[in-house]
Design a binder for this molecule. Sequence first.
Ligand SMILES: *[C@@H]1O[C@H](CO)[C@@H](O)[C@H](O)[C@H]1NC(C)=O
Ligand SMILES: *[C@@H]1O[C@H](CO)[C@@H](O)[C@H](O)[C@H]1NC(C)=O
Ligand SMILES: *[C@@H]1O[C@H](CO)[C@@H](O)[C@H](O)[C@H]1NC(C)=O
Ligand SMILES: *[C@@H]1O[C@H](CO)[C@@H](O)[C@H](O)[C@H]1NC(C)=O
Ligand SMILES: *[C@@H]1O[C@H](CO)[C@@H](O)[C@H](O)[C@H]1NC(C)=O
Ligand SMILES: *[C@@H]1O[C@H](CO)[C@@H](O)[C@H](O)[C@H]1NC(C)=O
Ligand SMILES: *[C@@H]1O[C@H](CO)[C@@H](O)[C@H](O)[C@H]1NC(C)=O
Ligand SMILES: *[C@@H]1O[C@H](CO)[C@@H](O)[C@H](O)[C@H]1NC(C)=O
Ligand SMILES: [Cu+2]
Length: 777
Amino acid sequence: MLTRSLAVAFLAAAAPVVARPDISFWKRAMSPTNDTRSCGVYDSAPTVKAPKVNPWAQISPADVTAVWDLVHAPESGLNLTHPDKATLTDNYVYFIDTLHTNKSAVLPYIDGDGPQPAKYARVVIFEGGKEEPVSQEYMVGPLPVTPETSIQKLDYIFNGGKGGAVPFNARYFDGKRSQATDALLTSVMAEINDITIALFGGAYYGSGDKRTNMTAASPTPVSYDGTQAFRTIMFRYPGLSSYLTPIDFYVILDIPGTDPSKYTLRGIVTNERFFATVAEFRAAYDAGEIKNEFPQTRDQTWGLLDLKEDMGVRDLDDRLAPQSIEIGGKRYKVDVEQQYVEFMGWSFYLSFTRTLGLMMFDIKFKGERVMYELSLQEAAAQYAGFQPKAANTVYHDTYYSIGTYSSTLVEGYDCPFGATMLNISFPEGNGTQVHPQALCLYEADSGFPVSRHRTGSGNDYGFSRIGSVKGSALHLRHIATIGNYDYMFNYAFHVDASIEVEVRASGYLQSSPYYKNQSNFGPRIYEGTQGSFHDHILTFKADFDILDTKNSLQVTELKVVNQSQPWFPELGVFEQMELETSVMAEEQQFNWAPNNQKMYCVVSDKTNIWGEKRGYRMVPGKSNVHLSIMNSPFTRDQSTLLKTNLAVTKVHDSEPYANSWQNINLPWAPQQDFGKFFDGESVDGEDLAVWFNLGMHHFTRAEDIPVTLYSEAVSSIVFAPQNFFDRAQDGDLRNRRWVVAEAGEPLAYEDYGVPLADCNVKLEEPVTKILPWDTVY
Ligand SMILES: *[C@@H]1O[C@H](CO)[C@@H](O)[C@H](O)[C@H]1NC(C)=O
Ligand SMILES: *[C@@H]1O[C@H](CO)[C@@H](O)[C@H](O)[C@H]1NC(C)=O
Ligand SMILES: *[C@@H]1O[C@H](CO)[C@@H](O)[C@H](O)[C@H]1NC(C)=O
Ligand SMILES: *[C@@H]1O[C@H](CO)[C@@H](O)[C@H](O)[C@H]1NC(C)=O
Ligand SMILES: *[C@@H]1O[C@H](CO)[C@@H](O)[C@H](O)[C@H]1NC(C)=O
Ligand SMILES: *[C@@H]1O[C@H](CO)[C@@H](O)[C@H](O)[C@H]1NC(C)=O
Ligand SMILES: *[C@@H]1O[C@H](CO)[C@@H](O)[C@H](O)[C@H]1NC(C)=O
Ligand SMILES: *[C@@H]1O[C@H](CO)[C@@H](O)[C@H](O)[C@H]1NC(C)=O
Ligand SMILES: [Cu+2]
């Protein structure tokens, strides 16, 4: 598939691999026998049968193919051309994806005897053949395809006024649009190849021309409101670390409409100067005003993540590093078929879409619902600089189908040795693409006891008792390599009933050429490279259902008040803290309070044994930021979801997503306006969803070379029970020590029947090979 900042010179249509019909959907080959190699570390997870058929699951490979055939049949009236043969002015399918199932249809099914909700596909069709060319989304269902199956416009999830239609100018900038602009780019570059060769030792002869040795890449947005379209092209030296060798040369084209003969040059930018015509640029060059002061290197080996021998050797680094392994055997159960997991009281279902990637549903602890849905909604980045790439780039990664970029994980490094590796799959063309071992599931030591206390007599151990309870969590992890970045998504289900969502970013910086006087946009990080600073903001949805759908958002503010205490009359009036509790009345966007002096809790009306409302608290974690810039023309109205830490809305079947995947090219006229969710509806005692942002202000540094470090580029949040239970959920965990010390007696302890491992740990080189992607039908 096309990646963002697509290298036009290296466009190639991926040919689907031949069908392998015997591959069952979304499964790992789990060895059926016990593995005697090492302490059960490599044993398969015990199986379990999900209580219900997963109503959120991806549509099946057979359904994808049937939907493809249905929309291509002449009777559909859609007048489609096969994408391989289509041009800008044809109608063709861009993708098929799983359409989410309405919550109103799911609840009676999972909670009662209601029927299993029907499955639907969403189909994106680029309708360049229409009088008014658009991209239009359709919903096709019920599935499997029968005479009852209909093709309807998918309008109800978009609130921008045009339903599922996106004007041609704002539609996804696919290979065909890129090709359509290439003739103009090639002709512009042909006039100045002598200059680019002299300045940069590179030339561009067209995307398919073998002589081309500068890579052309383009950011988004490409339009403001769909009435215009432009394409900014930056150039880089080609190669495996191309992102790190940008060249100070930009071409901007105006490319409105479907007729490439009407496309024009907007201008050329280099040396911090704008030239509206080729002639102006040549004149400046001839006058000796254009330089390449900080040449890039063509050698890119320094940008690779292999061992750098020239950095020396660290003492004892020839020994294996510590490992997290499931030494007692797997303590979670999986229903691979239904994508259902159980662990230490937790249970949840999984789903996966092209558009959003991994989603979790019906998250319960000890049989009681905590969340209906937990899912990524957007992964965005906005850059800064004084040249047309950094200054004008905003990414919404759903635009690139972020779900299609999660691929094979390196066992032992990306995930622990012995982790359960799962395939992920999503529709691709007329088939279903399988990415083997792209999702891992494992329990890991938390690195600290979940609770601990020594009670008894003072400083000596006589007559004391020590309790220490093992801390661990089940992790669900995948890594989406979307263009330059590797976003690592980690969902941890802790034994104390808390849930942690964490995202990290590694991979190449979207770097810029180095400019002497642009340190206000980031430091120099290589010979000719500047690390352009930027914001990463990732929006998630947490549709809490604390027990049921009747919930409120409680705000407990820690206030400092003046008071007096009759037992210390000499102090008069003085300050102390108190709590002031309220509930949010209406839907709203909001932020973490300064110094975190507000606690936000989603609560039920139902109370625990102490009469307190049962709830879950949102605990800010690492780097809880929102988009810094509020009034950029490039993020005006299509990025409202990025502009606060948090938001709460009432759940509607028509508001399942925070964003629409093609919104990026519609900053002034969004297809989906998150801001419109906030129309004064009550969220007190209602079915509410919380939207939260994780992210980081990426203050770039030399240590972003060769790639950004996961250790620092991290953001997280925790959802923790707040009076949800009557006491802490550590009392029933048998993995603990209760140490009894009596004066003069040897230390004794309880192990509650959980033996220590008595075996030889033998780790195996990763089972993972970098398996090819596969397509099934
Ligand atoms: C995972 O995908 C790979 C590649 O398509 C396939 O060989 C393997 O059988 C799949 N695993 C299962 C359990 O389906
Ligand atoms: C695997 O080991 C467990 C525990 O030792 C045992 O109960 C079970 O029968 C074994 N299963 C197989 C397939 O050997
Ligand atoms: C069908 O699409 C083609 C472009 O692929 C267009 O030329 C033709 O007019 C369309 N036919 C109808 C009936 O709309
Ligand atoms: C979901 O509900 C809406 C009504 O709110 C309806 O228009 C739509 O068809 C439903 N979607 C599915 C997939 O059933
Ligand atoms: C790139 O191509 C141009 C024109 O063909 C050539 O002059 C230049 O030497 C090439 N650069 C490299 C590094 O091969
Ligand atoms: C799917 O499309 C590919 C490429 O166009 C084609 O070769 C293949 O036969 C199609 N498969 C099915 C099941 O329609
Ligand atoms: C950097 O200096 C050049 C030359 O003086 C000037 O044209 C340019 O505007 C400056 N850039 C910035 C970002 O200040
Ligand atoms: C408490 O009173 C003192 C003295 O009047 C004043 O300076 C302070 O700001 C007050 N604090 C609060 C929280 O009102
Ligand atoms: Cu970054």
